[in-house]
Design a protein around this ligand. Structure first.
Ligand SMILES: [Zn+2]
Length: 297
C-alpha cells in the first residue's frame, strides 16, 4: 500500500465510528492505536466480561453451556481477544454464538476468522445482514469496496427476541441509525441480593459526512431510525451500561487495570441518560441544519 493509500485508509478508519473529529494524521494514528492496543480483559458484572482492546468494546457472556461473544474488533484483533478470554479462565473455542452491535469493520473485522475458529453461529438483526454478508461492499456510507471479510449470518434476530445459552438470558433491542441494523442487548443480573439492569448499548453516533434527510440521506428512513432509537434508549431502565467504544461509556474513568471486581464499578444510570440525550441533541441539530439547507435551495 502506498503512503497515500495508507493515509486514506487511516482517515476512513478514523471516521467510521464518529467518536472524534480528526483533523491530523497524528490524531488518526492515536485513535487507531487505541483500537488495536491491548487492554486487560475484566469482569463488568455477573457473567459479562470485557475482552476487547483499549477502545473497542468486545464482550463475552460466559456460561457452562458455552459463551456468547458480542463484536470482534479489527481483522487482526483475534489474538488480543483470545488472550483476554484466556486470561479470565475461558476458552475462545467455547464461543457458541456471535453477535454484533453494528456492521462497521472496527467491530466486525475478525468475525469471519473467529467463526471459523470456533464453529459458532452468527446471529444478527435483519438490517445488518446484507452488509455483514458482503463485507461492507453495500455499506451505504463507506461501501463500494470490501471493508472486511464477508461472513454468513445463520439466524436473523428481531427486536424483543430472547437469546438463551446456559444461564444467560439476553434481550435484543433494535437500535438502528448508526447502521441499518445497529442493536443493543440487555439482561438482568443478581449479585449480593441486588438486581441490576445491564445494557450493552449501541449508541446513536452520526459518522461525519452522513446525511439524514432528502435525496442525500445515507439510507431511506435513517432519520426516523435515529429518532426511534433515542426514544427507545431514553425509556430503558439501566443500572450498568457498556458500549461499542470504551470512550463512549467512560471505561478508563470507571476502571483501571488490576482494579478489584465490584458489581458497582459500571453502575451509571445518569451517565447513560446523559450520553443518549447528548447524542439526541447532536442529531436534532444536524437534522435542523439539513432541513434548513433544503428549504433554502
Ligand atoms: Zn460505527
Amino acid at each position: 500500500m502506498t503512503a497515500t493509500a495508507l493515509f486514506q485508509r487511516s482517515t476512513l478508519l478514523a471516521l467510521v465510528c464518529g467518536l472524534l473529529l480528526v483533523s491530523s494524521s497524528a490524531a488518526v494514528r492515536a485513535q487507531e492505536e487505541g483500537w488495536s492496543r491491548l487492554f486487560p480483559g475484566h469482569r463488568v458484572i455477573g457473567n459479562l466480561y470485557a475482552v476487547g482492546t483499549y477502545d473497542l468494546g468486545v464482550f463475552l457472556l460466559a456460561s457452562d453451556a458455552g459463551h456468547i461473544l458480542i463484536n470482534t474488533g479489527l481483522e487482526d484483533s483475534t489474538p488480543l481477544i483470545r488472550r483476554n478470554i484466556e486470561s479470565l479462565g475461558f476458552r475462545l473455542e467455547d464461543v457458541k454464538i456471535l453477535l454484533t452491535m453494528q456492521a462497521h469493520w472496527d467491530h466486525t473485522g475478525a468475525l469471519a476468522q473467529i467463526k471459523a475458529l470456533t464453529g459458532a453461529e452468527l446471529w444478527a438483526t435483519a438490517g445488518d445482514v446484507r452488509v455483514l454478508e458482503d463485507g461492507g461492499l453495500s455499506d451505504p456510507q463507506f461501501g463500494g469496496h470490501e471493508l472486511f471479510t464477508p461472513v454468513r449470518v445463520d439466524k436473523v434476530l428481531r427486536d424483543g427476541d430472547l437469546i438463551e445459552l446456559g444461564g444467560t438470558r439476553l434481550t435484543v433491542h433494535e437500535h438502528p441509525g448508526h447502521t441499518e441494523g445497529s442493536s443493543s442487548y440487555s439482561m438482568r443480573v443478581r449479585e449480593d441480593g441486588r438486581d441490576y439492569n445491564v445494557v450493552i448499548a449501541n449508541m446513536g453516533t452520526i459518522n461525519p459526512g452522513k446525511k439524514l434527510v432528502g435525496d442525500a440521506a445515507t439510507y431511506p428512513g435513517v432519520a426516523d431510525d435515529f429518532a426511534k432509537t433515542f426514544r427507545s434508549q431514553k425509556a430503558m431502565d439501566v443500572d450498568v451500561w457498556v458500549a461499542a467504544h470504551g470512550g463512549q461509556y467512560g471505561l478508563h474513568d470507571k476502571y483501571q487495570p488490576g482494579q478489584a471486581y465490584s458489581p458497582e464499578t459500571f453502575v451509571d444510570p445518569e451517565g447513560f441518560q446523559a450520553a443518549v440525550e447528548r447524542l439526541e441533541r447532536l442529531f436534532q441539530r444536524q437534522l435542523l441544519s439539513e432541513l434548513s439547507q433544503i428549504v433554502e435551495q
